[in-house]
Design a protein around this ligand. Structure first.
Ligand SMILES: [Zn+2]
Length: 85
């Protein structure tokens, strides 16, 4: 029998920035939605460090995908979504 790995095993990984090549700790959550792929209430999330918040939010912003930029501390993950940590 395989036990589910839901609770992790002590090696706590901090959420890191979603920018390519960046391993910095995430400070911001960018919530976005691509209306051609997702239902309107669906939220995808990217994580960003202080340095990449602007870059990533511009990337999403010019496409009209960006919905919210929230401090990681204050982010409340919608019901049923994957947990960040
Ligand atoms: Zn970064």
């Amino acid at each position: 029998m395989t036990s589910s790995n839901a609770s992790g095993s002590g090696s706590e990984e901090l959420p890191t920035c979603s920018a390519k090549g960046c391993r910095d700790a995430a400070v911001w959550v960018l919530a976005w939605n691509n209306p051609t792929l997702h239902t309107p209430e669906r939220r995808k999330t990217w994580l960003a460090c202080e340095e990449h918040r602007e870059h990533l939010s511009q990337f999403l912003g010019v496409r009209g995908f960006l919905k919210d930029v929230v401090k990681l501390d204050e982010w409340v993950q919608p019901e049923g979504s994957e947990r960040l940590r």
